[in-house]
Design a protein around this ligand. Structure first.
Ligand SMILES: [Zn+2]
Length: 176
């Protein structure tokens, strides 16, 4: 359940970043809660620690094992991100001179990223640039399209999605 305190935390971050109140009224994205329990996964591509909910972590592990049998290596780029981390990401882009409207086409506002749930994973393949549309041309992507649903994962932001988020063939969420 999303508490009043959580709302207050989210919208204090929005105020600090200059995200207008109209965002929360008009975004088709949902407000996501951070999970109570997270477990460590393997280190990501960059050697950083990552966390998922226990059930998403199990499903991810099972999916990676099955993919490996087909000669496919699924590489984790990013999993759980809390609302404070999301705010930092946006703050760094603002400091580099990008405007908030442009940033919000690529990054959800704090509170509205599926990565807050601990069930979303950005996936890469070693033969392709990370977090680029070309991921859709990889064998890893073809394998995910054919098999991810069996493990409870689906791609959240297809081409021309109604969320106003760019096409993200690398972003998959465990929803089972
Ligand atoms: Zn993502």
């Amino acid at each position: 359940m999303i508490t009043r305190q959580y709302h207050d935390r989210v919208f204090a971050l929005h105020d600090a970043l200059g995200i207008p109140a109209s965002y929360r009224d008009t975004t088709p994205l949902a407000l996501y809660e951070e999970p109570e329990e997270l477990v460590q996964t393997e280190l990501d591509f960059y050697g950083r620690e990552q966390r998922l909910t226990p059930s998403a972590a199990l499903a991810w592990k099972a999916m990676c094992s099955k993919a490996a049998l087909a000669g496919i290596e699924l590489v984790m780029i990013s999993a759980f991100r809390g609302i404070d981390y999301q705010a930092q990401l946006i703050k760094r882009k603002l400091e580099r001179g990008q405007n908030i409207e442009d940033i919000l086409c690529v990054n959800a506002a704090p509170g509205y990223s599926e990565h807050h749930t601990g069930r979303a994973i950005d996936i890469a393949s070693l033969d392709c640039p990370k977090l680029e549309e070309e991921f859709e041309c990889t064998a890893a992507f073809a394998w995910l399209q054919a098999n991810a649903a069996q493990f409870g994962f689906s791609m959240s932001f297809g081409r021309d999605n109604p969320c106003g988020i760019i096409y993200e063939p690398w972003h998959w969420c465990y929803t089972a």
